[in-house]
Design a protein around this ligand. Structure first.
Ligand code: ADP
Ligand code: ZN
Length: 680
């Protein structure tokens, strides 16, 4: 064929390598094209020209997709990095770089409110000396460099981001601001809109496909210069990028836990590196990964040690739930006085709530468990109701039905034990729904509102809750981690952690770090606007484990002490960030097959390690073992972990262990997770 050239194309299919096609016209790397694949038609991204003719038959590219200009080269490089690093089919990675719908010329009238609200412009406050120092130092960097903005809760990190963005815009460049989906609240978007007006675009999960497509084009065609979004916003090829900000960089939700299991924070740093622009990571509780990079000099470290306007940090008090026994007369009187309290509420927390309510201020109680009770058990025979699809007990909701928190399986709650047909099932444990019921009874006339996934299902629900907190209509807010982060309520003066122990014993090496972060972040919601001279916000932590590391360091606002201590533990075991981890999950509906495949995978790993004993001497192979969630949604789960103190060998080793997967029996799937965030 004369005049026809060969092209490497990443096609939308689960193939580890791009395919070769021919095409007579000139093509550019980054161009989206339509290609045949087997008997179907699909999309593909041109990665480059091929000069060696392969042995097999070559098909032709059907046509160029003229809707899109070729993606910028740096952006294609970044997509290639994602595919390589996370060991994911390149053709499936590149699909995320395009909007869900075709562009339309006509903007249809939508009844929905605009994605970005119109706000009156505000004049920026004068920076505090700490903010000014961070801003000055960071803004001297024009090329790739990574900065950790380590600022306590309420220290004004967002104001520093706003100033940096202002500067970038003045230089004719653009910025990306990544935030966890949950904090992409109207509060945050409005704050940016007040400063930058209609220069803002946003991408998040509550947008329709049409809104998402329009926002994408607004950014790509240069009508908007700042893109705020959840992790997937990184996949929008922002032209002339000058700054990337990742707020709350420690948040586990930056990690996508399906398909391409990328970490938005790490991918952001890599994008900054490839594009050549600064990357800012902000947090009051940095991840240990980032902290290690910052203290070892790979990232620049900037501190905001104080809250703005001399507002004080909240005072944290720990209530030991073990010391509730009455052994003298005085104690007995106290016990009697508070005998009307529900079992989960200590007199200390109760009295603080009363005082807070009397002053007309708000309280928030945090418990990371939904429902009324974690499990129902038959006292006669010990039977517990478990999910038929998953290996966990069902949670009681509204005293009327049982729900699986993993697959959403529902059944009606019947009191009579279905197993022994004699006993009556009893509810054990507690959840936010129980808290709400008890508080409504305990504080009649006060407005108690619950914020968890059962109660808040849409952005509108969340907005309504926020508005009611801001107006002071709500007296007591009860919630899960939905209320722990990012929110800024002036009248919220008391925060109670009902049972800090939830999460301490999860079989995950990050359990302590997670608990520390949650306690600190939740505490950080308290007393954010107290004036000078006013008493600070209060935090009450109820726990059975007062000496737990996450509590002792959090109560002293001592992140650095915590990090030092926790890093020693990680180093002793080569756990991240003192080593790298890859998890393989083997799953399928036949337990025998899953077990067998897990064994096979482990043998491949051991054989590989032996074969290249020098190169792979630092590799540890752990397992295979049943996953902590041994069955989920009808699938049995095993996992195998690969660990090494030597960063660079983990990826090639994992790739070789997996091979082309032709050895994996049908009906079994192996999912690879590089730098996993959760090992359940
Ligand atoms: P963080 O993100 O560090 O928790 P925020 O950026 O939300 O803190 O700031 C906390 C509060 O302080 C916000 O209400 C913000 O408007 C206000 N604020 C920030 N910087 C200043 C400043 N320099 N002067 C006065 N108020 C400020
Ligand atoms: Zn289930």
């Amino acid at each position: 064929m004369t005049g026809s050239r060969l092209w490497k194309v990443a096609v939308d299919a689960p193939l580890s390598e791009p395919l070769t096609y021919n095409f007579s016209e000139d093509l550019q790397r980054g161009q989206l094209v339509n290609v045949p694949l087997g008997r179907r038609k699909t999309k593909g991204l041109v990665l480059g020209e091929v000069f060696e003719k392969p042995e097999f038959e070559i098909k032709s590219i059907d046509s160029i997709d003229n809707e899109y200009e070729p993606l910028p080269d740096h952006f294609v490089k970044w997509l290639e990095w994602l595919a390589t690093y996370y060991i994911h089919p390149i053709g499936q990675v590149v699909q995320s770089a395009f909007p869900p719908l075709r562009k339309t010329e006509k903007q249809r009238q939508s009844k929905r409110p605009p994605v970005i609200p119109q706000m009156a412009q505000e004049t920026p406050p004068e920076l505090t000396p700490e903010q000014a120092a961070s801003f000055e130092t960071i803004s001297q960097h024009k090329n790739f460099s990574t900065h950790l903005l380590f600022g306590v809760t309420g220290s004004g990190k967002t104001e520093v981001y706003l100033r940096l963005l202002e500067k970038v815009l003045a230089e004719g460049k653009r910025g990306i601001v990544l935030v966890p989906e949950i904090s992409l609240t109207p509060q945050l978007v409005q704050r940016f809109a007040r400063r930058f007006g209609d220069k803002i675009a946003a991408l998040h999960s509550q947008l329709t496909d049409r809104e998402r497509t329009n926002q994408w084009w607004d950014v790509v065609e240069g009508r908007k210069s700042i893109l705020i979004g959840a992790r997937s916003a990184l996949f929008c090829p922002v032209p002339n990028l000058g700054l990337i900000i990742v707020d709350e960089e420690h948040e586990p939700s930056f990690k996508q836990d399906e398909k391409l299991k990328y970490n938005g924070r790490d991918a952001a740093v890599m994008l900054g590196k490839i594009v050549g622009c600064p990357v800012i990571l902000g947090s009051a509780t940095p991840s240990l990964e980032t902290w290690k990079n910052a203290t070892e000099g790979r990232y620049h470290l900037h501190y905001l040690k104080n809250r703005v306007a001399n507002r004080s940090m909240p005072e944290i008090e720990v209530v030991d739930l073990r010391q509730q026994k009455a052994d003298d007369d005085q104690q007995k009187l106290i016990v009697e006085k508070y005998s009307h309290l529900p079992f989960w509420l200590s007199p200390t927390l109760y009295e603080r709530m009363r005082e807070t309510l009397e002053r007309g201020d708000q309280s928030a109680l945090f418990l990371n468990r939904r429902g009324v009770a974690q499990m129902v058990v038959c006292p006669a025979c010990g039977h517990t109701r478990e999910c038929p699809n998953c290996d966990i007990s069902l949670t009681l909701h509204a005293h009327s039905h049982l729900i699986c928190h993993y697959c959403d399986y529902h059944e009606n709650f019947k009191v009579k034990c279905p197993d022994c047909k004699e006993g009556e099932l009893e509810a054990i444990g507690l959840g936010t729904e129980l808290l709400e019921t008890d508080l409504t009874r305990l504080f009649p006339g006060k407005k108690v509102t619950r914020a968890d996934r059962d109660e808040i299902q849409s952005r509108a629900d969340l907005e309504e809750m926020i508005a009611q907190m801001e107006s002071g209509e709500i007296d007591i807010l009860v919630g899960t981690q939905m209320i722990a982060k990012g929110l800024d309520f002036p009248k919220l003066k008391l925060v109670g952690l009902v049972l800090a122990d939830v999460g301490f014993n999860l079989p995950d090496f990050r359990a302590t770090e997670r608990s520390f972060q949650l306690i600190t972040q939740m505490s950080g919601r308290s007393g954010r606007h107290v004036k000078e001279g006013e008493s600070p916000g209060a935090v009450i932590i109820q726990t059975f484990n007062c000496e737990h590391d996450s509590i002792t360091f959090a109560r002293n606002h001592d992140f650095e002490g915590f990090a030092k201590h926790e890093l020693q533990m990680r180093a002793a075991l080569n756990y991240p960030p003192c080593g790298r981890l890859v998890s393989f999950r083997i799953q399928g509906i036949h337990l025998g097959k899953v077990e067998e495949t897990a064994g096979l995978l482990a043998r491949r790993a051991h054989a590989l390690k032996q074969q290249y004993s020098q190169q792979y001497s630092s590799i540890e192979v752990l397992g295979p073992a049943e996953a902590a969630l041994a069955k989920l949604r009808g699938q049995f789960r095993y996992h195998l972990l690969i660990k090494s103190s030597q960063n660079s060998v983990v990826n090639p080793f994992s790739r070789q262990v997996l091979g082309d997967q032709s050895w994996v029996p049908s009906g079994v799937k192996i999912l690879i997770d590089i730098d996993p965030m959760s090992l359940l």
